[in-house]
Design a protein around this ligand. Structure first.
Ligand code: SMO
Length: 786
C-alpha cells in the first residue's frame, strides 16, 4: 500500500469528520422508536402506583368486572422478583418485585397494572381499584435511614446500609507529615436522568419463531435478554430482544426494570402484544435517580499545596432497591476508586456507605460517579490552593501525574496508560487567557458582577476488563466484545455488533473503522445493531466502551477478512495477493483494478470462476476482542470556565468554556466534539439546574418539567474544544473512549469559578449542587452573618 496517497486511504477512515449517517432519518422524523410501533391488537399498559413512600399494602380490591384486565404480583407466579446479586462483602441484597407485594418502599412503586386499547382507558380501569395501606416510618434521608433501629428497608437486613467499602493505603503515615490540613463537606443533589425518550417496552409472541419478542428502549439488548429469560423462567433462545431507535440512555436504560418484566410477562402469558411507555411525570417520580453523593473530605498537604494524603467519607443515597444487572454498588465502587482523580499523592483513606432510603433506586448516569468525585476533589483542590495562597491551577500542576511517570498506577490502583495531564491543564489555561481574565477580575465589571475562573482535570476509565467487573461481584462480567463482518455479493459490507447506538453515531464511526481496513465506502457499509437475533452477544453500550471494544472487534474482524478479499481479487486480476490494496470499493494492483462487486460476486454467485482453495475462508468473519490489559483505558481532559456572578440576584452566567481532551485516537473528531458538548450540557444541568428533592414523608417535590429544571439552548454556552491525541498502548487502534467524559467536570469547574468570584466577599462559598440563585444568595448571607 506504500504507493497509495494517504489522502485516498484516510478519506473516510479513522480520523475523518464523516457526517453522521443516522442523522438523516431523525431530522425528517422517520426514526423508529418503541412508541412508533403499530401492531394489530396492541394493548397499552398502565400502572397503579403507590402514593406513599413506605407502607404495608394491607389489601387490594379489584371489581369483578375487571378480571383479566388488572393484574397483581400474585397472578404472576412464573415471574421471579428482580434480583440484584453481588458477591461484594458487606452487600445486603434487595429483591425488586415486578409489582409490589406486601410492602411499598417508595412513592410511585407499581402495585397493579391494567391493560386496555389505549393508555387513557387503562388508567381509567385503575381508578376502580382500591388499595389500603398501613403506613411505616419513612426514611427520607440517609441520616434518618442510618438512625433506624428496627423495621429496616428489606427482610433480613441488619441495618439500612446496602454496602460499605473501605480503602486505606499508607494514610496515617503520610498524613502525619502534612503541614497543611484542609477540610470541606460537599454534596451533589439527587437528580433524575431525563433522556428525551423515557423507559419504553413492547412485547409480543412471534408464532413463526415461537419466541417472546421484547422491543425495548435499552442500551444492553443482550443483557436484557439474559435477564428476561432468567426472571420469567424461559430458555434464552425463546426470547429475542429488539432495541430499535432509542432516544438517549445515559445509564438509565441499562437495567431490567419492573415494567419490562410486567410487559414481557403479559405477552408471554397472553401471546398478544402489550406496550408500556413511561410518561414524563412517571420518569421524574419513579425513574432511577442519580448523582446524590455526600463527601466529607480532608486534604493533607505541604506548604506549597502538594498533597500527601486524602481522607474521605462518602455517603450515597441508594434509594429503595438495587437493580439488575448493574447493582447499586456500581456508584460507591466507582466513587471510592476514582476520588483520587488524576493526582499523584500516595496516602488515601476512604469509607463509602451506600444507604437505602424510601426513594426510587439509584443508577449510574453519564460519567458514573466521576461527576461526584471530580466535584469533590476539585473543590478541595481549590480550597487547598486558597489555604496556601497560590493559583489553583498551579497547585494542580504540582499534583497531577506527570507525563514522564506514565504508565502510572495511582493510589487507588488505577492504571493510567498514557498522556500528559499537566499539558492539558496548561493548554486550557492558555486557551482561556487566564492573565486577561485575572486583569478583568481585578478591574471589576461595569455592571458590578464578579468574575471568576475555575478549572478541573479528570480521568475517565473505559474498556473495563473482565477481572474489573468480577471484582465488583456482578452477575455478568463480560469485559470483551464481538463483531461479525460480511462482504455482500455486490461488494458492500455488513457489520454486526451487540452494542447499541442511541445517539453516539456508531452507525457512522463503526463504518469508518471498517473502511479504514477494507477501503469500502462508508455509504456501502451497513452497521447492524439492536437485535439479539442478528448480532453477536455483547454486554452493551455503557462506560464509554463501544468504540474501544466493539470498534476493536470490527477492526480485528476486518483485518481477518482483508486477506481473503485480497486473495480472490488477486486471482481474478492475475496478480500477487501481496500487491493488492483496497481503495474506495475497488481492489487495486499497479494499474489494474476491479470493483469489489467482482470479488463478492465470484465468491457467492459464480464460485466456478475461482479455484477451490480460495473458498475455504469465506467472506464472513466473526471475532471476539478485548484490549491487551484488563485495567482499561484512561481518557482525560481539563475543563476551564469563566463566569460572571450577580450577587444581587444570585444568577451565574457562563462567559467562556474550554475543554482540552485526550481520548486517544479519534475515529471521528466531529462526533468526539458532539459527545463532549452533549455531556457538558448535561453537566451544566447537574451544576446549576437539576434537582429532585424529597420531603420528610418521602414525597417527590419535582414531578413536572416546571419544577425539575433542565438546561436549554440559552443555558449552554459556546464550548471551545482542543484535542490531544495520545493513542492507548492497549487497544486495537489507540482509542480510549469518550462518550461520558463531558458530563464529569462541569459542576467542578463552575463551582470553582463561582467560589473564585466570591473570594472578595469574605467567607462565602458554595458547596452543594445545583447552584440555584437561592443557594448562592444563602451562601452570601451566611458569610455576612459570620
Ligand atoms: S452511566 Mo453509562 O450508560 O455507563
Amino acid at each position: 500500500r506504500a504507493d497509495i496517497p494517504a489522502r485516498l486511504l484516510k478519506r473516510e477512515g479513522i480520523g475523518a469528520r464523516v457526517p453522521r449517517k443516522e442523522d438523516a432519518r431523525h431530522l425528517v422524523g422517520k426514526g423508529n422508536f418503541v412508541g412508533d410501533f403499530v401492531l394489530p391488537g396492541l394493548q397499552e399498559v398502565a400502572f397503579l402506583r403507590s402514593p406513599l413512600a413506605h407502607a404495608v399494602v394491607t389489601g387490594v380490591e379489584i371489581p369483578e368486572a375487571l378480571a383479566g384486565k388488572v393484574f397483581l404480583r400474585d397472578m404472576m407466579s412464573d415471574a421471579v422478583d428482580i434480583g440484584s446479586p453481588s458477591s461484594v462483602p458487606t452487600y445486603q441484597y434487595s429483591a425488586l418485585p415486578p409489582l409490589a407485594s406486601g410492602k411499598v418502599r417508595h412513592v410511585g412503586e407499581a402495585i397493579a397494572m391494567a391493560v386496555a386499547p389505549t393508555r387513557a382507558m387503562a388508567e381509567d380501569l385503575l381508578e376502580e381499584v382500591e388499595v389500603t395501606y398501613d403506613e411505616l416510618p419513612v426514611y427520607h434521608s440517609t441520616d434518618s435511614a442510618l438512625a433506624a433501629t428496627g423495621e429496616f428497608m428489606h427482610p433480613e437486613w441488619k441495618d439500612n446500609v446496602f454496602l460499605t467499602l473501605r480503602a486505606n493505603r499508607d494514610f496515617e503515615e503520610l498524613a502525619a507529615k502534612a503541614e497543611v490540613k484542609v477540610s470541606r463537606t460537599v454534596e451533589l443533589s439527587r437528580q433524575c436522568i431525563v433522556p428525551l425518550e423515557g423507559k419504553s417496552v413492547l412485547a409480543y409472541w412471534d408464532f413463526q419463531t415461537d419466541q417472546l419478542v421484547v422491543v425495548s428502549a435499552t442500551q444492553v439488548p443482550h443483557l436484557l435478554r439474559v435477564g428476561i429469560a432468567q426472571h420469567l423462567a424461559m430458555n434464552e433462545e425463546a426470547v429475542r430482544v429488539v432495541s430499535p431507535d432509542v432516544g438517549g440512555a445515559f445509564g438509565y436504560k441499562g437495567q431490567l426494570y419492573p415494567e419490562d418484566l410486567c410487559v414481557a410477562w403479559l405477552a408471554k402469558t397472553y401471546r398478544t402484544p402489550f406496550r408500556y411507555l413511561e410518561d414524563r411525570r412517571e420518569h421524574l417520580i419513579v425513574g432511577a435517580n442519580t448523582r446524590q453523593h455526600h463527601y466529607r473530605l480532608t486534604a493533607y498537604a505541604d506548604r506549597t499545596g502538594r498533597l500527601l494524603a486524602l481522607d474521605a467519607v462518602i455517603t450515597i443515597d441508594g434509594g429503595a432497591y438495587s437493580y439488575y444487572p448493574f447493582f447499586v454498588g456500581l456508584e460507591p465502587g466507582q466513587a471510592i476508586g476514582n476520588l483520587p482523580g488524576p493526582y499523584s499523592f500516595r496516602g488515601y483513606r476512604c469509607e463509602t456507605l451506600c444507604v437505602a432510603t424510601n426513594k426510587p433506586g439509584f443508577m449510574a448516569y453519564r460519567g458514573v460517579a466521576r461527576t461526584g468525585v471530580c466535584f469533590a476533589i476539585e473543590l478541595l483542590m481549590d480550597a487547598v490552593a486558597r489555604e496556601v495562597g497560590r493559583e489553583p491551577w498551579e497547585v494542580r500542576l504540582e499534583n497531577l501525574v506527570p507525563a514522564s511517570a506514565m504508565p502510572y498506577v495511582n493510589v487507588a490502583n488505577k492504571h493510567f496508560d498514557s498522556g500528559d495531564f499537566p499539558a492539558s491543564l496548561r493548554r486550557a489555561v492558555e486557551m482561556i487567557g487566564l492573565q486577561a481574565v485575572r486583569e478583568r477580575q481585578a478591574r471589576g465589571e461595569p455592571d458590578g458582577r464578579l468574575i471568576g475562573f475555575g478549572t478541573a482535570t479528570y480521568t475517565e476509565q473505559s474498556a473495563h476488563g473482565t477481572t474489573v467487573f468480577a471484582n465488583w461481584g456482578l452477575p455478568v462480567v463480560p469485559g470483551f466484545d464481538q463483531a461479525v463482518v460480511r462482504m455482500t455479493a455486490d461488494g458492500g459490507l455488513e457489520v454486526r455488533v451487540g452494542v447499541h447506538s442511541h445517539g453516539q453515531g456508531m452507525e457512522t464511526s463503526f463504518a469508518q473503522i471498517a473502511n479504514d481496513v477494507l477501503g469500502i465506502p462508508v455509504s456501502r457499509i451497513r452497521v447492524v445493531h439492536g437485535d439479539t437475533a442478528l448480532t453477536p452477544f455483547s454486554s452493551g453500550t455503557y462506560a464509554s466502551r463501544a468504540t474501544v471494544m466493539s470498534g476493536g472487534a470490527i477492526s480485528v474482524a476486518c483485518k481477518e477478512l482483508l486477506p481473503r478479499i485480497q486473495s480472490i481479487a488477486a486471482y481474478l486480476m492475475g496478480v500477487d495477493a501481496q500487491t493488492v490494496a483496497l481503495i474506495e470499493g475497488r481492489a487495486v494492483s499497479g494499474d489494474k483494478s476491479i470493483p469489489l462487486s467482482q470479488v463478492g460476486g465470484a465468491w457467492y454467485l459464480t464460485p466456478q470462476d475461482l479455484p477451490a482453495d480460495v473458498h475455504l475462508g469465506g467472506l464472513e468473519v466473526s471475532r471476539a476482542y478485548k484490549p491487551n490489559v484488563d485495567t482499561g483505558t484512561f481518557t482525560y481532559a481539563t475543563h476551564a470556565v469563566v463566569v460572571a456572578v450577580d450577587t444581587e440576584t444570585g444568577e451565574v452566567e457562563i462567559l467562556d468554556y474550554v475543554v482540552v481532551e485526550d481520548c486517544g485516537t479519534m475515529v471521528n473528531p466531529m462526533i468526539v466534539e458532539g459527545q463532549t458538548i452533549g455531556g457538558i450540557a448535561q453537566g451544566i444541568g447537574t451544576a446549576m439546574y437539576e434537582e429532585s428533592p424529597y420531603d420528610e414523608q418521602g414525597q417527590p417535590l419535582a414531578s413536572t418539567l416546571a419544577d425539575y429544571i433542565l438546561p436549554g439552548a440559552t443555558e449552554v454556552p459556546r464550548i471551545r474544544i482542543d484535542h490531544f491525541e495520545t493513542p492507548s498502548p492497549h487497544t486495537e487502534f489507540g482509542a480510549k473512549g469518550v462518550g461520558e467524559g463531558g458530563a464529569i467536570a462541569p459542576p467542578a469547574v463552575i463551582f470553582n469559578a463561582v467560589n473564585d468570584a466570591l473570594r472578595g466577599t469574605g467567607a462565602a462559598e458554595v458547596l452543594m449542587t445545583p447552584l440555584t440563585p437561592r443557594r448562592l444568595l444563602a451562601a452570601l448571607e451566611g458569610a455576612n452573618r459570620e
